[in-house]
Design a protein around this ligand. Sequence first.
Ligand code: NAD
Length: 356
Amino acid sequence: MNIFEKLRDSNHEQVMFLREPVSGLKAVIAIHDTTLGPAIGGVRMWKYEGEENAVEDALKLSRAMTFKAAGAGLNFGGGQTVVLGDPRKDKSEALFRALGRFIDSFGGRYIAAEGVGTTYEDMDYIRMETRYVVGIPSSRGGSGDPSPMCAYGVVRGLEACQAFRTGSDDLSGLRVAVQGVGKVGSIIVKMLIERGAKVTIADVDEQAIRRISESFDVKVFSPEEIFDVDCDVFCPCALGGIINDSTIKRLKCSIVAGAANNQLEESRHGDLLHELGILYAPDYIINAGGLINVTDEIYGYDEKRALRKTAAIRDVLYRILVSSREEGIPTYKAADKFAMQRIEKVGRVRRSFVSS
Ligand code: NAD
């Protein structure tokens, strides 16, 4: 991997490699763009197959975060931490405190938040070493677990897709296949059932499946079969890259809309969905609820305000879908355009000198 070529191609500002021998910490922090404000982004802990994959993930996720913050109307740039390790075995207080000290060394240029493989308890350890972390437990005055707000945003986004397709936000009778029923997917299932949707689920974790199927009337498919389910909406809530050459041709849905980050393996898969007439809700627009929730901590967390801002995802997404139709471009391009325009315009107006 030629790292500087990569940074040039993706327009990244900075990448930091971290190592702390006592705790065994091995991590990468990528900062993509800070035009709108400090870089914010999750801490993902994952058993990566190879260090290159970890760096790739950090670059991809931090770039997505720039667009997500801009699209959600927030004054933050994009960043991401990836910790190389097994979240079930390698976690410790020392590891997250070591990470916290590195984050502190950025002096506020990067703000951490929870991500896949980490919990808000882990954020609490980071918080012991730095104030540059959000998504801390509500018992300590933070916003707590962002997953419910993320799930709410996805459901609001589904309403936008449904309104765009049918003229009504009503989700009753909608057949939704949810891939991954972890922190976010499980709440989406609950909210969809409350709204009268018919839900199918799949997960690699049998316990997660049991928790849902014991409480709700859902159909269960294997992780491999979920792509073939005849449904209206395929709702990815596991990991990224699941819209790819082998899965697209199997999809039997008219909408792809879910919480997972980086759903398109490559951007051309967004073009392919467009050609096939499958409406794709750009991931970083529809899943911004978690980010909206955690960043609200910076103003002194107010759940009602966070709910209001998250509810607005419906209208933002609807506007993007309309501009995609009017301009004849795939929805992911319309979303990028929407976010880029904000970064460019705000970046320009902030160039002038004001005495403060
Ligand atoms: P999670 O780890 O709690 O849940 C993911 C679930 O997917 C797990 O139950 C896991 O077993 C399952 N899974 C993994 N591989 C699978 C496969 N091949 N097939 C089916 N299931 C599989 O994570 P989460 O917090 O629920 O996040 C889910 C997705 O949403 C991630 O992509 C994350 O980046 C994104 N996201 C989460 C938040 C948040 O607030 N938690 C915010 C924005 C985006």
